[in-house]
Ligand binder design. Structure first.
Ligand SMILES: *[C@@H]1O[C@H](CO)[C@@H](O)[C@H](O)[C@H]1NC(C)=O
Ligand SMILES: *[C@@H]1O[C@H](CO)[C@@H](O)[C@H](O)[C@H]1NC(C)=O
Ligand SMILES: *[C@@H]1O[C@H](CO)[C@@H](O)[C@H](O)[C@H]1NC(C)=O
Ligand SMILES: *[C@@H]1O[C@H](CO)[C@@H](O)[C@H](O)[C@H]1NC(C)=O
Ligand SMILES: *[C@@H]1O[C@H](CO)[C@@H](O)[C@H](O)[C@H]1NC(C)=O
Ligand SMILES: *[C@@H]1O[C@H](CO)[C@@H](O)[C@H](O)[C@H]1NC(C)=O
Length: 242
């Protein structure tokens, strides 16, 4: 029998995690019971054919099983709750019908973004930044000319041991440093202009396409208005009775 293994990531701060029988109808009779198992050898709870749900001692007060829908809810999850949860039907034989791999993660630590090196001339600007967390850091270089800024060295770091990743990237002339895992992310940013524009002077403050558009539309409306007024004046003159 094919059973689907679902991987659930849950944050320590989320507190509860719900394991549900999805699209499975479980039919029990006098000779079969339903169990939630943890890591092969431990039993969490049991549901009997009359839908009576029972938790075993070590889960008393920190979990719930529901006889009606066969779901299991773990409360106040801890790192030690990580592992494999299996739903089994036990009669003459034991049959697994669902499996969940639960991974409890801490929310990520804060990511710091610092500018380490800045060199700028009249027409370009080079910025070296370091994006760091408690566990690791990466540095990245950004270059701006009068028109654009771009990331010269693209960096990202995946550390599987912590199940988290650190990435530095450029978006709308802002540098982002993002530390994330499956349950949370924390980002920090720096606006490049604060470092580079001062030196590059006014050349960088060109009109954006949007500003250009607004200005053009404004001009066109003004021209049309002037022409209309002019034409109306002309018409008025023509229509004047002698
Ligand atoms: C299962 O039943 C319990 C109690 O009726 C309910 O609180 C819970 O939301 C149900 N779970 C699902 C996934 O339907
Ligand atoms: C349960 O299994 C997981 C994954 O195999 C393991 O990391 C964890 O230590 C086990 N927990 C217990 C209490 O056996
Ligand atoms: C920035 O780096 C590029 C390539 O190394 C170099 O050509 C340029 O002169 C640098 N600009 C400044 C202002 O240091
Ligand atoms: C970055 O990590 C290296 C080792 O990987 C360490 O030597 C260096 O001090 C770290 N730098 C910062 C700014 O944390
Ligand atoms: C890091 O992981 C993400 C998603 O898991 C992937 O898209 C990215 O390419 C990885 N980066 C590196 C440098 O391995
Ligand atoms: C940080 O990374 C996470 C996970 O990839 C993503 O959901 C989030 O939007 C990112 N935040 C920023 C500010 O880029």
């Amino acid at each position: 029998m094919h059973i689907e293994v679902l991987v659930l990531f849950c944050a320590l701060t989320f507190k509860t995690v719900s394991l549900t029988m999805i699209s499975k109808s479980v039919v029990l009779d006098k000779k079969t019971d339903f169990f939630w198992k943890y890591n092969i050898t431990n039993y969490v709870g049991k549901i009997s054919y009359n839908k009576e749900a029972i938790l075993f001692d070590s889960y008393e007060g920190r979990a719930e099983v529901f006889g009606r829908n066969f779901s299991l809810v773990l409360k106040n999850v801890k790192h030690s709750d990580s592992g494999d949860y299996t739903a089994v039907v036990v009669g003459e034989q034991e049959q697994s019908i669902a499996e969940y791999k639960v991974i409890v993660q801490d929310p990520v630590s804060r990511a710091e973004l610092t500018v380490d090196h800045l060199s700028s001339s009249s027409d370009s600007c080079n910025l070296t930044v370091t994006c760091s967390t408690v566990e690791f850091n990466i540095s990245s270089i950004f270059r701006c000319d009068a028109q654009n800024c771009l990331q010269v060295e693209e960096k990202s770091l995946n550390v599987s041991k912590y199940f988290s990743s650190l990435i530095v990237y450029l978006q709308h002339d802002t540098i982002f440093c993002n530390h994330s895992n499956k349950v949370s992310w924390r980002a920090n940013k720096k606006v490049i202009k604060l470092y580079c524009e001062r030196k590059l002077g006014k050349t960088i403050s060109k009109l954006s396409p949007h500003q250009m558009f607004v200005l053009s539309v404004g001009l066109i409306i003004m021209v049309i208005a002037v022409i209309s007024v002019h034409l109306m004046e002309k018409k008025k003159k023509k229509n004047k009775p002698f």
